[in-house]
Structure formats: structure tokens, C-alpha cells
Design a protein around this ligand. Structure first.
Ligand code: GLU
Length: 471
């Protein structure tokens, strides 16, 4: 067992160049779970240094989605755009100590030197004398800043991937500040993670190749390293990285569709993490309780919508009908406006065993509020193929009409007795009636539907259907 770790500080560092996508939400969740499990802090850092692509609306959307998911963060909320002075401070420190240097090579110089697209920087400006530097600065030649890489091997122990080593020969003196003075991602991340005292950097494994570079920056700045944990990619069904191309929606879409945040959280947690006891339907508290990096896999996790629906259905089963009523009302304030609350509760209870989202309640409940406008031809030929069925439906009307106490149980008993008295298979009676009153063969129990509609409406609907069916 892993014992509780002390002073855990983690962060989620989204770039506000789009809404919160599923991969980002999963990264945020694993950070949050790890922090909560260890009584640590979970910070947010908005990586908004790309002025062109970063937008406040996206920051707002990301924050809203995180709030909706319940991934509450600790203050202060950090914006990289407000931290240029800190980056400058560390860049100057490296320059002063000779652990980074100005590179005056123009784009063309670099292109001319390149043998192929993998060519590393040959170190042209690495050993310029201070006079040479002064003269170039005086001439107003623009420069980038490059880290001074030492020979050797950069090694780190990833909590998911284990020991990873990179020969520094595979890297070059990479750029840490562009010619406009703006620091690069790898540099800002190191400065921020250090100043925020981040103990564990938990992020997608698309950043694995950045980690050695960041470690080199830590080393040149003589800073202590955090622990790293890289999470497996989320893949589409074709095993390629999940993207919009797969129709993968952002988190907002799940909010709009009336998913419960706990369903999405539960599903996201299972993308790359396997609960030890194999129980998969878990509340946030249970996720926190069970979370550990030992159970995080390296293999990419395939997005499986069916499983999400199943999990979502499981969470819906655990809700009271009253809670569902309130949530549906929040999503669709006009829902069931002209219907008694007690009937709405019955409708919810009848749909609850199969519903995957709140929107499904709204959609499917239409069949209670309005009689079917038409009947699906395939279902019609299956459930109501001939005039014999029409006769059965007419007889059923008499049976229903004669029922004294209108309850699901009573209706069920009477209809089943009618079927067996006449040696009709139960399906032969139930299927056409279901089609008649609900317009579809799929849905809640027929007897619940009858009960909710009331005797008069149920009989009306059967009569209407008969008019459309074989004589
Ligand atoms: N802004 C980076 C991203 O969105 C964060 C990477 C990191 O966590 O270091 O991928």
C-alpha cells in the first residue's frame, strides 16, 4: 500500500486555445484525485502566453467545465501572461551564469546549416566572446536564447513509465526564449512549477519528450526536480489519438446533454486507470479513496462511448426521482409544464432503468405527453401484422375499460389473464398495445405506461392506432 504523501502540490495547466476537451479533463481529474487522496493542493495555471490563440472565452469555458465536474482548485489561480518578469529573471540568471547564451543566427543561417529536418543546432553562437556579443547587440541583431546543454545522460523516474533516459547527444542547445523575448513552453513550465512548489507534474504522455528538456533547464538553474507522471493517451476506436475527427466532443457537450458530472468523472477515471477491486461504478469519494499511480497503465486508453453510456445509466439508477426531476427542470424549464408533479415522478421512474442522460428523459417522455404521430413501418409489421392483432387490440380495450382500480399491477394482471384465457402469447398482446400507446416497441413497462397515461388516454390511443392498422 502507498502511504499518504506529504505536502503534495499538483497543477493542471491548460492552454486556453479551445474548450476543455476530454484528454484535458482526464489530466485535471488525475491531478485532482492525487491531491485529494494525499491531502494536497490542486492548482490551476492558465498557459496563455500564445497571445494569438489564447482567448478569455476559452479560459472561462475551461473554468466552467472544471467547476461543473467538481474539480475545485486551490487559490491562487495563475496566469502565465502575468509572469513575464519572473521568466526574465530566470533567463537573465542563466545568461549571467553562462548556462544559456544568445544566439544571433538568422532563420536563413540555420536553414543553410541543416542537413535534414532532424538536424541539431551546431552550436554556432555557443562560444561567442563578450566583445562579439556586444558588437552584435550594438548592431541591433535580434537573438534567441539557447540553453547550454552539457554532455551526459538525462534520467528520470516516471511514476507511470518507470525510468526514462535520454542521451543528451539526441538533443541540442534548444531555444528557451524567442527573438521577441518571449520564453518557450519548456522554460515557462519549469519556472512556474518551481515557483509554485509543484511536487508532482502529472500530464499527458504527449509531453514525455519535453521532460528531458525541462530537466536540463532545472539542472542549469540548479533547482530540485519534481516527480513526473505521464498519463496514457486517450485513443479513438481506430487507435489514433482521440480528436474532433472521431466526433469526440468537449466537456461542455456533456453538460448540455444533461450528463451527471459524476458519470463523466467516473468514466474519465477509467481511461488509463484500473480500480484494484474491479468495481467500476464509483463516486468521486470512492475514486479518491482508490486512486494510485500503480494502477495507471502505459497503454493508450480507447474511448468507448457505450461504456460511458452504461456508467451514466448506473449513476442515474442511484439518483432519487426527485433529484432527477429537479435536474431535468434545470436543463429544460418547460418540461412537463402541464402535468402533475406526481405524474412527472412516475414518468421519471418508468424511464429511469434505461436512461443514459437527462436529455434522454426529456426526449423519451414526449411519448407520454403526446400520442404517437406515426408508427414505424418495421415495428408495425413485426407487432401488428394482420387483422387478428386488430381484433386482439379491440378486445384489450374492453378489458382495460373494465378495470376498476387503475394501477400498474392490476393492469398487468388483467392483460396477462386476458392473454392466457384466449391462448394468445403475451407478446402478441403486449407488442401491439405498446406500439399503439407509445409509438415504439422499446421503452418502459407497458403497464407503467398505461398507468401513467390514465385509462381514458390509454384507450384513446389504442383506438387511434386501430384506425391505421389492418382491418
Ligand atoms: N499547457 C500545456 C498543455 O496544455 C501543459 C503541459 C504541462 O502540463 O506541462 O498541454
Amino acid at each position: 500500500m502507498v502511504s499518504e504523501l506529504n505536502n503534495i502540490k499538483v497543477r493542471f495547466a491548460p492552454s486556453p486555445t479551445g474548450e476543455l476537451h476530454l484528454g484535458g479533463a482526464r489530466t485535471a481529474l488525475f491531478n485532482w484525485l492525487f491531491a485529494k487522496k494525499n491531502n494536497g493542493s490542486f492548482f490551476l495555471r492558465i498557459e496563455d502566453t500564445d497571445k494569438e490563440r489564447s482567448k478569455q472565452v476559452y479560459t472561462d469555458q475551461i473554468l466552467d467545465s472544471l467547476k461543473w465536474l467538481g474539480l475545485n482548485w486551490d487559490e491562487p489561480l495563475i496566469y502565465q501572461s502575468g509572469r513575464s518578469d519572473r521568466y526574465k529573471h530566470y533567463l537573465n540568471k542563466l545568461l549571467d551564469e553562462g548556462k544559456a547564451y544568445r544566439c544571433f543566427c538568422s532563420k536563413n543561417d540555420l536553414e543553410d546549416n541543416k542537413k535534414d529536418s532532424y538536424s541539431l543546432y551546431p552550436g554556432t553562437c555557443r562560444n561567442l566572446t563578450s566583445d562579439e556579443i556586444k558588437s552584435k547587440l550594438n548592431q541591433g541583431i535580434s537573438f534567441t536564447i539557447r540553453i547550454k546543454l552539457e554532455e551526459g545522460v538525462t534520467v528520470f523516474d516516471d511514476l507511470v513509465y518507470g525510468s526514462i533516459s535520454t542521451n543528451n547527444k539526441e538533443l541540442d542547445d534548444f531555444i528557451i526564449a524567442r527573438s521577441d523575448g518571449s520564453p518557450t513552453y519548456n522554460f515557462t513550465v519549469v519556472v512556474d512549477d518551481f515557483e509554485m512548489e509543484i511536487s508532482h507534474v502529472i500530464r499527458g504522455d504527449d509531453h514525455l519528450s519535453n521532460t528531458p528538456k525541462q530537466i536540463i533547464i532545472y539542472n542549469n538553474l540548479e533547482l530540485n526536480l519534481p516527480t513526473f507522471a505521464h498519463l496514457p493517451m486517450i485513443l479513438g476506436p481506430d487507435k489514433k489519438r482521440l480528436s474532433k475527427r472521431h466526433g469526440a466532443p468537449g466537456v461542455q457537450n456533456f453538460t448540455d446533454k444533461g450528463y451527471f458530472p459524476e458519470s463523466l468523472l467516473n468514466y474519465l477515471a477509467l481511461l488509463g486507470w484500473n480500480p484494484k477491486n474491479e468495481k467500476e461504478v464509483l463516486t468521486s469519494e470512492e475514486l479518491i479513496e482508490n486512486f494510485s499511480f500503480e494502477q495507471v497503465q502505459k497503454k493508450g486508453a480507447v474511448w468507448d462511448e457505450k461504456k460511458l453510456h452504461w456508467l451514466s445509466g448506473q449513476h442515474i439508477q442511484n439518483k432519487s426521482s426527485q433529484v432527477l426531476l429537479e435536474k431535468i427542470g434545470m436543463l429544460e424549464p418547460d418540461w412537463g409544464m402541464n402535468t402533475e408533479p406526481s405524474t412527472l415522478i412516475s414518468i421519471i421512474e418508468s424511464l429511469q432503468p434505461r436512461a443514459k442522460s437527462l436529455q434522454e428523459f426529456i426526449f423519451k417522455s414526449k411519448s407520454f405527453f403526446y400520442p404517437p404521430k406515426s408508427y414505424n413501418e418495421d415495428e408495425k409489421s413485426k407487432a401488428w401484422p394482420n387483422s387478428e392483432v386488430t381484433k386482439i387490440a379491440s378486445q384489450s380495450i374492453q378489458i382495460l375499460d373494465a378495470i376498476d382500480i387503475w394501477s400498474s399491477d392490476r393492469i398487468e394482471k388483467k392483460i396477462k389473464a386476458f392473454a392466457s384465457d384466449n391462448s394468445y402469447g403475451v407478446g402478441k398482446v403486449i407488442m401491439p398495445l405498446r406500439l399503439a400507446v407509445f409509438g415504439s416497441l422499446d421503452g418502459p413497462s407497458l403497464f407503467d405506461i398505461f398507468f401513467i397515461l390514465g385509462k381514458k388516454e390509454a384507450i384513446n390511443r389504442i383506438q387511434r392506432a386501430i384506425a391505421f392498422m389492418p382491418k
